[in-house]
Design a protein around this ligand. Structure first.
Ligand code: ADP
Ligand code: ADP
Ligand code: ZN
Length: 223
């Protein structure tokens, strides 16, 4: 495959805007892996690695994990075999330094292909995050009201136990939103200037968001 046939999709949006949900829906269909930095940190924490323990302090506070370790982790992840056709980046980059680092990593492959921006109002974010439940085993995302599992607190996909993330408490959510507007929002302009930013109305029902997303991706040859 020619190097620039690789497709790198960067999901931008506040916490709770539905990035992970949509990545899980479209990844198989597109044949691209979901690279979610938050999931990678949680996986490290579960396995008690040094990186996991370091990340936990920042995650619990709702702050960003330092760039150096985050960037190194993504670089390693993108070098794996399953990213040979590209990837869906969910939660990275989260500030301008990370965006510049990503450009460097992807320079041999033609850079970021498209950056869908998940637009939702703050009150919706709060409602979504407060009802979010995650499978401890496979990471599938649910919502007690908007996307409930068939059996209470049990994952439809793997039968694992569902839990609420520590950082999904209301106090931490406030900080995370603040961090999003202050540190992450500047990358919107960064991709807009390149003509690859695509607004997605993420307030719609999940299926409608998926449709809007797939339409946008098709314009970039991703299908
Ligand atoms: P959400 O899906 O709600 O936006 P994530 O699972 O993406 O949350 O991230 C959870 C936490 O992991 C963040 O609040 C932050 O502490 C850390 N994190 C995730 N991605 C990054 C990143 N690219 N840079 C720094 N910290 C990150
Ligand atoms: P992010 O990865 O951006 O932090 P998630 O995908 O984890 O967001 O979604 C946050 C919460 O909102 C989850 O509980 C999820 O089930 C729910 N959710 C996602 N998309 C929608 C939608 N379009 N409508 C209603 N709820 C949604
Ligand atoms: Zn599961």
């Amino acid at each position: 495959m020619a190097a620039n046939d690789r497709k790198f999709i960067v999901f931008i949006g506040p916490p709770g805007s539905g990035k992970g949900t949509q990545a899980q829906i479209i990844r198989e269909r597109l044949g691209l892996p979901q690279v979610a930095t938050g999931d990678l940190f949680r996986y490290n924490l579960k396995n008690n690695t040094e990186l996991g323990l370091l990340a936990k302090q920042y995650m619990d506070a709702g702050e960003l994990v330092p760039n150096e370790v985050t960037i190194r982790m993504v670089e390693e992840r993108l070098s794996r075999e399953d990213c040979a056709k590209g990837a869906i980046l969910d939660g990275f980059p989260r500030n301008l330094k990370q965006a510049v680092a990503l450009d460097k990593m992807l320079a041999p492959y033609g850079g970021v292909t498209v950056a869908p921006l998940f637009e939702v109002d703050d009150d919706v974010v709060v409602e979504r995050i407060s009802g979010r439940r995650i499978c401890r085993q496979c990471g599938a995302v649910y919502h007690v009201k908007f996307n409930p599992p068939k059996r209470d607190s049990i994952c439809d996909v793997c039968g694992g136990e569902l839990y609420q993330r520590d950082d999904d408490r209301p106090e931490t959510v406030k900080t995370r939103l603040f961090v999003y507007y202050k540190q992450t929002a500047p990358i919107i302009g960064y991709y807009f200037c390149r003509g690859i930013l695509e607004d997605i109305n993420a307030m719609q029902p999940m299926e409608d968001v998926t449709r809007a997303l797939l339409d946008v991706l098709a314009k970039y040859g991703i299908r």
